[in-house]
Ligand binder design. Structure first.
Ligand code: SAM
Length: 247
């Protein structure tokens, strides 16, 4: 497994300098030295093989040897709109959604939402995305949007993408006739999951009225984060199968 580091600088800058937490991770945690090879990614989908040139206090200088477009992204947008679960369960959800290849996560404000994350919490979640991307081999960062109201979310996302709303009374996501989405590089699938108190009948009806499919994940009531990750997994598999690809 190559040692991967995130840089906010474009990979074509020369020389490339890592500072802060990434420099600390490279020099103090992994104890890498001049001459060692690492993989750098800048969050846009590009990655590079680079050689450590110099380690000094608080920063690491690297020389980029080769650059390439990473091949670990889903070939269609997979957007996850989800009510925000309490406490650490949100960071767990963000980490796992990153690993599963979700393109964009939209924290939803619904009628029964309790948690409305502030900008400090969302910035922390964006760092969680970077850490998860380093570990799982993604080079494009999952985007975390600002929180969005249910109505606005439906209007915007369902005008561009197809939709699946997690609902106990929905159809199975394995029912290809009913749910198989037509996705491409630009048109994707937007998923929606409600809060612990559930979505209201009106919220579900509004989504269905705009063409979203109601999708069941079985007869048990799942927590928001479990439903979100199960839905993302099944959606990625269904879309990939539709395109004749593996996950
Ligand atoms: N008391 C709520 C209700 O009856 O709707 C339970 C809400 S559940 C904890 C949170 C969200 O997860 C729901 O709004 C729904 O979107 C999704 N969810 C939970 N279990 C599900 C299932 N078996 N099938 C589909 N969606 C589910």
């Amino acid at each position: 497994m190559p040692r991967r580091f995130f840089t906010a600088h474009p990979l074509k800058s020369e020389p490339l300098v890592l500072a802060g937490g990434e420099a600390h991770h490279l020099s103090h945690v992994l104890r890498l030295k001049a001459g060692d090879e690492v993989v750098l990614f800048d969050g846009t989908g590009e990655e590079a093989t680079a050689q450590v040139v110099k380690v000094s206090s608080g920063q690491v200088m690297l020389a980029v040897k080769s650059r390439r477009i990473a091949t670990t992204e889903l070939p269609f947008p997979l957007i996850l709109g989800t009510a925000v679960p309490k406490g650490d369960r949100f960071s767990w959800l963000v980490e796992k959604a990153t690993e599963l290849g979700v393109t964009r996560l939209i924290p939803l404000r619904t009628a029964r939402s309790i948690v409305d994350p502030g900008s400090g919490k969302l910035d922390k979640m964006r760092n969680t995305v970077i850490a998860a991307s380093k570990q799982c081999g993604r080079s494009q960062l999952m985007v975390i949007d600002e929180p969005c109201d249910w109505g606005k979310f439906l209007q915007k996302e369902l005008s561009e993408h197809q939709g699946w709303v997690a609902d106990l009374a929905g159809v199975s996501p394995l029912d290809r006739e009913a749910t198989a989405p037509e996705v491409s590089g630009g048109t994707g699938l937007v998923l929606a999951v409600g809060p612990e108190g559930g979505l209201t009948t009106e919220e579900v009806a509004a989504a269905a009225g705009l063409g979203a499919k109601l999708v069941s994940l079985g007869p048990r009531i799942l927590r928001t984060e479990t439903a979100a990750l199960a839905l993302a997994t099944l959606a990625a598999a269904a879309c990939s199968a539709r395109l004749g690809l593996g996950n």
